[in-house]
Design a protein around this ligand. Sequence first.
Ligand code: A2P
Length: 283
Amino acid sequence: MISKNATYTLNNGKKIPIIGFGTWQIPDGQLAKDSVLHALEAGYVHIDTAAVYRNEASVGDAIIESKIKRESLYITTKLWNDNIDYRMAKAAIKESLTKLQLDYLDLYLIHWPNPKPIRDAWQNRNSDVWIAMEEAVEEGLIKSIGVSNFREHHLKALLEYAKIVPAVNQIYLNPSDQQEAVVKFSKKHGLLLEAYSPLGTGSILDDVQLNKLAATYNKTASQLAIRWSLQKGYLPLPKSANRHRIFENINVFDFEISDTDMKVIDGYRGIGKLAPDADIVEY
Ligand code: A2P
C-alpha cells in the first residue's frame, strides 16, 4: 500500500511526492503561513503555490519557521498570465524565488496556456517563456518545468519546440470532470497529471452517492475523492485553510478503494463543477 511518503518519478528522473498541499485562495499573511505550517505538521512535504495566489511570501515564511531542511521539501510555483515574453518570464522566476526566500524551485509551471492579454498569440508567448524556463533549469534555479491548464492543442504546439519536455500538466481534475482527452494525451507524452481542485473546489462534497460510498470505507467524501485521485495515478493537491481538514485530507493512506468502487466513482461525472476552458477564461 502506498504511503504519504511515496513519490512518483517524473520524465526527467526526478522524484515528486505523490500528494501536495494546495494554497489557492488562501490569503497572504497569518492564515497562509499557519495553513502551510499545519500542512507540514500533518506530513505534507509538497506545497503548491503560484505568483497569482499572492501568498508566496507567507509560504516562504512558513518554510523557514518550520525549520524543515529545504531538500526534504518540494515547492512548486507558477508563472502568471501577465508575463508574456522571455524577459518578463526571467524576471518573474527571480521574483517568485525572492518572495519564497528560496534559491531554487522544485517545479515551475506556465499557469495558463492562453492569457487574455495576448489571446490567440499564445503560441509565441508560450515558446518565449518556455525558453526562459529551460534556461532557469540550466542555471540551477528550477529543477523541473511543466504546464498547467493545457489542453491537447496547447501541449502539441509546445512539444514541437520544447528542448525540455514538460514534466507535468496540472489541471482541474476530480470525479466531476475527468478530462479524458487531455489526460490521455498528457500520459502518452510522459507528463504526470497533477490534480488541482481534487474536491471540485468543494462542489462535489455534498453529493449523496459519494458520501454514501465514503461511509462504507469509514472515510469522508473528501478522503474518498483524494484517494480516487491517487489510485488513478494522479497527484492530488487538496486545498484547505482549516487545520482539521488539512489533517483529514492527508489521512488517505490506510485504506484502498476496490476496483469495483473505482469504476463506480468514474461514473460520478458532473456531480460538481467542471473544468474551465483555457481559451476563454477572463484572465
Ligand atoms: P476550507 O479551506 O475552509 O477547508 P479543492 O481542493 O478541490 O480546491 O477544494 C477546496 C475547497 O474545499 C475549499 O473551499 C475548502 O475549504 C474545502 N475543503 C477542503 N477540504 C475539505 C474537507 N475535508 N471537507 C470539507 N471541505 C473541504
